[in-house]
Design a protein around this ligand. Structure first.
Ligand SMILES: NC(=O)c1ccc[n+]([C@@H]2O[C@H](COP(=O)([O-])OP(=O)(O)OC[C@H]3O[C@@H](n4cnc5c(N)ncnc54)[C@H](OP(=O)(O)O)[C@@H]3O)[C@@H](O)[C@H]2O)c1
Length: 284
């Protein structure tokens, strides 16, 4: 049995879809915070179980009988270390054979503020005695392409990432990597640094959007303070704006760049290109 947590999220859904191409639905368990959101999966023969990271009492039943588990990192920033530790403990008690975790690119070497909770989870896993695999995911291309409306409207993308290179890949690429790990062998103790094949700068992103949209779109590089003001004026809560600013500053230092080609090798194909991601976003 393979359990996927966060299976109602964007990444988790893609992982379950990928698993269903490779293994019988009866061997896949979607462990989710909101089972009512997973009705379509249940209709396809996937077992749906309730698993709320913030309610440890739900986790033992959710993980019972699991041979392998994919722990998709929580979206509740600030609570993730404790939430993930609860899942790790439940997996240990359930005797899970392998727990794969969606971590952050470069793990303990990352200077991004958001890396701390991922590193805490990796540390908990190392100490647990469980067999683990770290899927250290880089940035999603969709972080940029899902919200192109304001850039198209104002003719500008803003940030404080300077000329930093971003080796982003599509969620579908990271999901395919998770599927490869969950259906493969020899994954215990493996650390996969996962990132896109063709790193780009924000100026290159703006140029690609401009080319495909047929209108001028420039990248305006701001100071961290200016960028924070833009984000909070647009309604982004202060703590989240701080994380976004910190991530852009990290990009200037190469924190989200990677040339290992690990993702490409793991999924057996090139990663999604920036051009294809922009094309899909403009179509949708
Ligand atoms: N690499 C990147 O660029 C990047 C960008 C953003 C996020 N991330 C990380 O990658 C994860 C997956 O990305 P995504 O795009 O699939 O995010 P997403 O669509 O927001 O999905 C997050 C999933 O986490 C679940 N979740 C949140 N709190 C939970 C809790 N207390 N108990 C159980 N499940 C809980 C959500 O459940 P519900 O469906 O019930 O809400 C959802 O299924 C995110 O959660 C975040 O940690 C990475």
């Amino acid at each position: 049995m393979i359990v996927v947590t966060g299976a109602t999220g964007k990444l988790g859904r893609l992982v379950v879809e990928g698993l269903l191409q490779k293994v019988p639905a009866a061997t896949v368990i979607a462990a989710v915070r909101s089972p009512e959101k997973a009705a379509a999966l249940a209709a396809r023969g996937v077992q749906v179980r309730h698993a709320d990271y913030a309610r440890p009492e739900t986790l033992a039943t959710a993980l019972a009988g699991a041979e392998k588990v994919l722990l998709v990192s929580s979206s509740e920033v600030g609570q993730r270390a404790a939430q993930h530790a609860a899942v790790v403990e439940a997996a240990r008690r359930a005797g899970v054979g392998l727990l794969a975790y969606t971590s952050v690119l470069h793990g303990e070497h990352s200077r991004l503020a958001l890396a701390a909770e991922h590193v805490a989870t990796e540390t908990a896993l190392r100490a647990s005695g469980l067999a683990w695999t770290f899927l250290r995911n880089g940035w999603y291309l969709e972080n940029y392409t899902e919200n192109l409306g304001p850039a198209l409207q104002h003719g500008a993308l803003v940030g404080c990432a300077g000329n930093g290179r971003i080796a982003a890949a599509a969620r579908a690429d990271y999901a395919a990597a998770a599927v490869a790990v969950l259906t493969g062998t020899g994954q215990a103790g493996r650390i996969h640094e996962l990132a896109g094949d063709q790193p780009f700068t924000m100026a290159e992103l703006a140029a690609e959007v401009s080319r495909q949209a047929g209108k001028p779109i420039a990248y305006r590089d701001l100071t961290p303070e200016q960028y924070r003001d833009v984000l909070t004026s647009a309604g982004v809560p202060g703590p989240f704006a701080d994380l976004l600013v910190d991530s852009d500053v990290g990009i200037t230092k190469g924190e989200l760049d990677d040339a290992s080609g690990t993702l490409r090798r793991l999924i057996g194909r090139p990663t999604t290109t920036l051009a294809d991601a922009v094309k899909a976003a403009l179509k949708g």
